[in-house]
Design a protein around this ligand. Structure first.
Ligand code: ATP
Ligand code: MG
Length: 444
């Protein structure tokens, strides 16, 4: 059912504004060769096809796109016929992954979308959501090029590039918005946020990461509508959290989330005063950004360890008071707090175990014996737990000498042994690997 106040978003088949190469300046070599070849092949078979979405936005902003997506009027089956190696994914809205050399390009059929369909995000992965009144979202329907542009979230994300004419097609004014660095939802903002509240988080992410100013109507509903995030499945929120905090702008994103009352929806009652976060959180986020900038690996396990630490510590102190040894108290407190947090944001097991291991190593740092220390350095989580200790020392000056002792020890101790995946007769690795494959096969 179309919303009355959302006319703009659902007037289909608008004629796009065509922006020629002389204006947009994007050169074919800036695009992924794989995406260009896929579009060319689809067009040669008589289909419409274009490169679309975030990659065009990023190129126009002078950034390197993470990935290149293709949209077409060919159905998933027709895409599969065109590309022998295409793999169809997604249960409700199917799209194709087409492998081209080492790249995998997502090829999606144009979608027409009513407000009730939009709860299923464009990537077709998840988020089947029950809307108000218990109405289930309808299955997605295929659409035209302009419908596909209009159902996207922000105007800057709806630009389409046709390599055969080297033209950009703009159905929603995204090109002008990019020039003026404006973030604007397509259609009526309240309706679009209500359709899919994850757009509230996406708005903050794009504002911060791309340094865009939100248009007033796009910004105004964010704070009052923040509680709508409570309807979003924890697994989908986890995916968004990775994008929010591991893309190199964690600290500014954190501040924006707090300012828009969104942080509290993701991590309810976690920090006493989120607008003045503990040092471990502030510096933990800044260190994450520095690592991303230096191309070093970052893991959500460490970040969750940082976010939840003070809650875990308080709970562990209570348990220690009842006689539990410190490591056990931290383990049990960690389990409880992780369980509580998982009610809002699902945390994959490998990340929750990492957080737990980091916490449980903390009391062991207090025992400074050379022999024991050298063994500890060999442990898998040592480095992460040590980095965590350095952060704690910023808040607890008494820990600084402890941290220094471990810093010195690492200079003299033998370096950690490289992992030996195939040594020893009792290795369980092959079994684990088999189980993972099974899980993947079931998910298909
Ligand atoms: P990023 O650089 O973070 O990947 P992106 O814009 O490419 O940003 P994706 O999540 O990869 O984001 O989505 C690809 C495209 O799908 C977007 O550019 C947008 O056009 C559309 N899209 C994604 N999520 C939504 C949503 N919740 N509602 C409407 N359209 C969406
Ligand atoms: Mg993307």
């Amino acid at each position: 059912m179309l919303e009355k106040d959302n006319d703009l978003a659902f007037k289909h088949d608008s004629t796009p504004r065509n922006i020629p190469l002389s204006d947009h300046g994007l050169q074919p070599r800036q695009f992924s060769q794989a995406a260009l070849s896929i579009v060319e092949k689809l067009q040669s078979l008589g289909y419409e096809a274009c490169i679309v979405g975030g990659c065009i936005r990023d190129l126009l902003l002078g950034r390197t796109p993470k990935d290149f997506d293709v949209a077409t009027n060919a159905t998933p089956e027709q895409i599969k016929d065109a590309f022998g190696n295409a793999r169809l994914i997604g249960r409700r809205f199917r799209l194709a992954h087409v492998r081209f050399g080492r790249e995998v390009i997502e090829v999606a059929t144009y979608r027409g979308e009513s407000p009730s369909d939009a709860a299923n995000p464009s990537d077709g992965t998840s988020a089947v959501r029950e809307l108000d009144g218990g109405r289930l979202v309808r299955d997605n329907v295929y659409g035209t090029e302009s419908e596909d542009a209009i159902r996207r979230d922000f105007t800057i994300n709806a630009l389409m590039y046709d390599p055969s004419t080297e033209t950009l097609k703009d159905h929603v004014g995204g090109y002008e918005d990019l020039k003026t660095r404006t973030l604007r939802l397509i259609g009526d903002p309240e309706t679009r946020y209500r359709e899919d509240p994850v757009r509230l988080l996406r708005a903050v992410r794009f504002m911060t990461k791309l340094e865009l100013s939100p248009d007033k109507a796009t910004e105004a509903p964010i704070r009052p509508m923040a509680p709508l995030l409570q309807d979003i499945p924890p697994a989908r929120l986890f995916d968004e959290i990775l994008k929010l905090f591991l893309s190199g702008h964690a600290w500014s994103t954190y501040q924006a989330l707090v300012a828009f009352d969104l942080w509290e929806q993701l991590f309810p009652n976690l920090l006493q005063d989120p607008s003045a976060p503990p040092m471990i959180v502030k510096q933990g986020l800044k260190n994450t950004d520095a690592r991303v900038a230096a191309d070093q690996p970052v893991t959500p396990g460490f970040l969750f360890a940082v976010f939840l630490w003070h809650r875990v510590e308080t709970r562990a102190e209570a348990l220690s008071g009842k006689g539990l040894p410190p490591v056990n108290a931290l383990g049990q407190a960690g389990d409880e707090i992780l369980y509580e947090q998982a009610q809002t944001v699902a945390i994959h097991r490998r990340f929750s175990s990492m957080a737990r291991e980091i916490w449980c190593m903390q009391p062991r740092f207090l025992k400074q014996s050379q022999r024991r220390g050298e063994r500890m350095i060999q442990e898998r989580r040592f480095r992460a737990a040590y980095d965590f200790l350095l952060l704690r020392a910023l808040e607890e000056p008494a820990l600084q000498p402890v941290a220094d002792w471990w810093t010195e020890l690492q200079k003299t101790a033998p370096p950690p042994a490289p992992s030996r995946p195939h040594s020893g007769p009792k290795r369980r690795r092959p079994r684990r690997r088999r189980r993972r494959n099974d899980a993947r096969a079931q998910a298909r």
